[in-house]
Ligand binder design. Structure first.
Ligand SMILES: [Zn+2]
Length: 178
């Protein structure tokens, strides 16, 4: 750079002049553009795009296929999530007999609408032969085995107590949430 060019005065004035020229050129260019019509064109472009999208010709069978795909997809998802939670039977389902409160008990399990199991068909059986006991006696206060011809005192509340004990055994001896 020549010596005069390093002079701060020359530098300052030069920068100002060049900057001013560039700025005025830029302003002229901006003013030269027809902003209003450009804006209108952009808006028209967007508007036309929206209108043509909304007027898009939809075939009914496209809709039917789309609905079918959604339905099948939902069905598959429900099947997969359902089989994951229901495929493995809980281990306590093998626990169907026990001796408690002076009686031998047998029972089954019923699956509820929510997928949980409940004890059903709970009844006392003969401790000797395993036959289901028959409620008898004057006021139903006895249980008798028709094969062994034995009788045993009975109270109806015993069955409910047995169910509570079974439920508690399941809770304590088998995995939870089942
Ligand atoms: Zn018996």
């Amino acid at each position: 750079m020549k010596k005069w060019a390093k002079n701060p005065w020359v530098l300052g004035i030069g920068t100002t002049v060049i900057g001013g020229v560039l700025l005025s050129l830029l302003l002229d260019w901006i003013q030269g553009i027809d902003w209003l019509s450009t804006f209108k064109n952009v808006m028209r472009f967007i508007f036309n795009g929206v209108v043509s999208f909304l007027n898009f010709e939809i075939k009914v069978w496209w809709l039917l296929i789309a609905i079918a795909i959604i339905v099948v997809g939902l069905f598959v998802v429900a099947k997969i999530s359902g089989s994951q939670s229901n495929n493995i039977p809980p281990t306590f389902l093998q626990y169907t007999k026990d001796y408690m409160l002076g009686y031998s008990w047998e029972w089954t399990y019923s699956k509820m609408y929510d997928g949980k199991y409940t004890i059903s068909n709970l009844h006392p059986v003969c401790t000797k032969c395993g036959m289901r006991l028959k409620q008898g006696g004057l006021y139903g206060t006895e249980m008798e085995c028709l094969r062994c011809n034995t009788t045993q005192n009975w109270e109806d509340s015993v069955e409910y107590d047995a169910q509570l004990l079974i439920e508690d055994n399941i809770r304590k001896n088998y995995s939870q949430n089942q």
